[in-house]
Every structure is written in structure tokens, then in C-alpha cells.
Design a protein around this ligand. Structure first.
Ligand code: PMP
Length: 433
């Protein structure tokens, strides 16, 4: 890419979570196809990130492209107030059918963070409509729910953005991280803190909000499904709403359609995003049960008070319909299982490396947690030179490749990680960003 463009990018354009004065480098991508990103210098990178959980079918998928082209020729967008259309109706029918039972009323919005805001506002309006206004949420430490204010307020209070905005953010309650891992043997008593906090505070609580099974950006941790079962039971017992943020985990990533399926539970509200459109368009959905929707509608406001300009965007809905149609034959299960096997073979032995604290694998997610923070810029550049796209953060090098990846490309990702762990320089001088 012409150097002027890159200079403009560096001096004028914000990129996520990096400085405007000393930014981490940005690599110019000119196209993407299947599991590859193609840089402007012609270099092809095997994608290990699915563009942050989203591009599950890889890039430029002909079925999604065709559906989007067909939709563009009819209409890209039309307002949703007082208007409806087939792409949204078809999508909502699919979501009601696919998600855990009882989630029958769908609210479409723009991004994951907004889906979480919508979920929180639904819970608040639900209690208001019941004539018992409540304002506190219970969330998990090491959780992450997005970057908008409501979402930040229920994300980890120590390692997220709470300190920066603490005088502005509402204060909620937090349960310490759930120690028992996915796959470990459950011990009675593991759930005590969760039960204790709910029992002591239920009278003030609107809802429990959590990322089911996988805590993503807050530490890539996989917890035992029994926590979810118990959270569901406690929410029933104390009449609290349970909000499942499946923005990262939805659509097969963990080996089930939704992470809640590992525990066989239905939340009262679920948030979906990221892979909803196969990573092509920004779209999210917040689904709730009829009881919540009807209670809100019977309240003083008479309706739910949210209505984004691009609600139900037909082009995004068409992409989502095509993406889900690609999942419907369930062949993704075999692909995710195959990726899981490759991740186990390639990553588990790395636990013996002196830089590694832990290795965890669930479905098509593989995580190497290092002992020291990583020199992101240096490691990123080294990965690019190896022909792979892996973006570590903090102490985590992780893979969540597109489901269509083949074993040779997987091998390249795994070899790159294993070789990187033998380079001292990546684990001594973390970037300040
Ligand atoms: N919830 C979870 C669990 C997420 O992983 C993310 C995104 N990383 C969000 C919410 C926010 O989604 P978005 O970035 O689309 O606003």
C-alpha cells in the first residue's frame, strides 16, 4: 500500500485499544478469501482469529455474498418503525427456533455492546413495569460485555475500563471468578459464593448477567456448566432474570449451537452478535421470553424504549440468514470437533514450555496463557512474517479459526505459536499501549 495511505492511517485514524501517538502497527489487508487474509504486499496470512469470533465460514463466502447481492438489488436498508420485511422476519423465525426454548421475542440492533445495553434496559424496564424498580445487576469478575457504559459497568471491575470511568459508572455486584473449569470434576460447594451473594442481595437485583461457559476478553477462561445450571436455579428461586451474553460463544464456536446448551438451560434474555452474520455485517439480536416482553409492554411506557436507526437492517439480516443456512446441516459440528482435536494435539504439549502458565481448549477455541505479558507488536510482526494472523493480548495467545480451515493451515498456526514460545524476546518487554 502507498506509504501516504499508511501515514494518514497512523496519524488520523483510531484503531481499537491502541495509542494515537505511538500506535501498534496496522497491516493493510486488500482482500480476504476462505481462511486467508491478503496483504497489500501480496503476502497471504492464515487467519487464526475469525476477525474476533465472527468470520466462522471464512471470508468472501459465495453463499453469503450471493444473498447480500440479491438483497442489495432489492433494498439495502429501510427503517423498521412502522415497516417490516422478509429478511428480518426470516431471521427472527430462525433465531426463535435455534436458541434455547422460550426465547420468543427478538430485538434486532447494531452491535454486541448495544445488544447488551438492550438486555440490561429490558431487565430494568421489566422490574419497573412490575412496580418494583430495581437497579443492580450481578455479574462475574473477569467478565466482558462490551465497551458502552451499561456493558462496561457489568464487565470486570478491576481489569476492564472501570477505573477510567469509575465516577460515572453505576456500581453493580460481582461474584469472584468461577474456579471449577469446564471438564473438571464438579465439587459440591463450588457454587457457594454465587448462592451466598444472590441470597443476600436478591431483593435489590434485577438480573444476573454472564458470559455462559467462556469468559472471553476478560481472560479466555472456560468454566464448569454446573455454574450455569445453579445460576438458573437460583434465578428461578429468587425470581431474578438470567441474561446470557452469547455474543462471542453463539453459533457453534464452543461445540454447541450456544454455550447455554452445554448446561441444558434457557436464560430469560440472550444476546447474540459477531458470528450472527458470519462476520460480514454488524448486527446483533437480544431475545427474551414472552413473559418479560409482555410485562414490559404492560408497564407505564407501554413499549420497550429503544429503537436504533439501523434496526433490522435488511442487508445484515440477509447475510445472517445465509450464514445460518450454512450452519443448518450441522456439518459445522464435525469441523469444530476436528479443529478441537488439532488444537489439543498442537497446543496441550506447550504447557511444558517455561513461558506458559496454562493451555485450555474448548470447541474451536485454543488458548495459551503465558506467565509474563507479551510484547504484542514484536510478536504480531513475527507472526505476520510466518504467514499467520494471530493477535495476542495481555498474556493470551489464542486461536479461534474459521470453521472451514484445513489441517495444513491449522498446522501453520500451531507451529507458529509453538516456535514463538521459544523466543525470549516476546516475553520480556510488554508494550505499553
Ligand atoms: N459481549 C461479549 C462476550 C463480547 O466478546 C463482545 C465483543 N468482544 C461484546 C459483548 C461486544 O460486542 P461488540 O464489540 O460487537 O460491541
Amino acid at each position: 500500500m502507498h506509504i501516504d495511505y499508511l501515514m494518514f492511517d497512523r496519524y488520523h485514524i483510531w484503531h481499537p485499544y491502541t495509542s494515537m501517538t505511538n500506535p501498534l502497527p496496522s497491516y493493510p489487508v486488500i482482500s480476504a478469501l476462505g481462511y486467508e487474509l491478503i496483504l497489500s504486499n501480496g503476502r497471504r496470512l492464515v487467519d487464526g482469529m475469525s476477525s474476533w469470533w465472527a468470520a466462522i465460514h471464512g471470508y468472501n463466502h459465495p453463499v453469503i455474498n450471493q444473498a447480500m447481492n440479491d438483497q442489495i438489488s432489492r433494498m439495502s436498508h429501510v427503517m423498521f418503525g412502522g415497516i417490516t420485511h422478509y429478511p428480518a422476519i426470516e431471521l427472527c423465525q430462525r433465531l426463535v427456533a435455534l436458541t434455547p426454548s422460550g426465547l420468543d421475542c427478538v430485538f434486532l440492533s447494531d452491535s454486541g455492546s448495544v445488544a447488551v445495553e438492550v438486555a440490561m434496559k429490558m431487565a430494568l424496564q421489566y422490574w419497573q413495569a412490575r412496580g418494583k424498580p430495581r437497579h443492580k445487576f450481578l455479574a462475574l469478575r473477569q467478565g466482558y460485555h462490551g465497551d458502552t457504559f451499561g456493558a462496561m459497568s457489568v464487565s470486570d471491575p478491576d481489569n476492564s475500563m472501570h477505573q477510567l470511568y469509575q465516577d460515572y459508572l453505576p456500581k453493580h455486584l460481582f461474584v469472584n471468578s468461577l474456579q471449577r473449569r469446564f471438564g473438571e470434576i464438579w465439587r459440591d460447594g463450588d457454587e457457594l459464593e454465587l448462592s451466598r451473594i444472590i441470597a443476600a442481595n436478591h431483593a435489590y437485583l434485577t438480573a444476573v448477567i454472564l458470559e455462559p461457559i467462556v469468559q472471553g476478553a476478560g481472560g479466555m477462561y472456560f468454566y464448569h456448566p454446573n455454574y450455569l445450571k445453579i445460576a438458573r436455579k437460583l434465578c428461578d428461586q429468587y425470581e431474578l432474570l438470567l441474561i446470557a451474553d452469547e455474543i462471542a460463544t453463539g453459533f457453534g464456536r464452543t461445540g454447541e449451537w450456544f454455550a447455554c446448551n452445554h448446561a441444558g438451560i434457557s436464560p430469560d434474555i440472550i444476546c447474540l452478535g459477531k458470528a450472527l452474520t458470519g462476520g460480514t455485517m454488524t448486527l446483533s439480536a437480544t431475545l427474551t421470553c414472552r413473559n418479560v416482553a409482555e410485562t414490559i409492554s404492560k408497564g407505564d411506557a407501554g413499549c420497550f424504549m429503544h429503537g436504533p436507526t439501523f434496526m433490522g437492517n435488511p442487508l445484515a439480516c440477509a447475510a445472517a440468514n445465509a450464514s445460518i443456512s450454512l450452519l443448518e446441516d450441522e456439518s459445522w459440528r464435525t469441523r469444530v470437533d476436528t479443529i478441537a482435536t488439532q488444537l489439543r494435539t498442537g497446543l496441550l504439549p506447550l504447557v511444558n514450555n517455561k513461558h506458559v502458565r496454562d493451555v485450555r481448549i474448548l470447541g474451536a477455541i485454543g488458548v495459551v496463557e503465558t506467565k509474563l505479558p507479551i510484547a504484542i507488536s514484536a510478536l504480531q510482526s513475527w507472526f505476520v512474517n510466518q504467514g499467520v494472523w494471530i493477535r495476542p493480548f495481555s498474556r493470551y495467545i489464542y486461536l479461534m479459526p474459521p470453521y472451514i480451515i484445513d489441517s495444513e493451515a491449522m498446522q501453520r498456526l500451531l507451529c507458529a505459536i509453538s516456535s514463538a514460545l521459544n523466543c525470549e524476546k516476546f516475553f520480556v518487554t510488554p508494550d505499553k499501549y
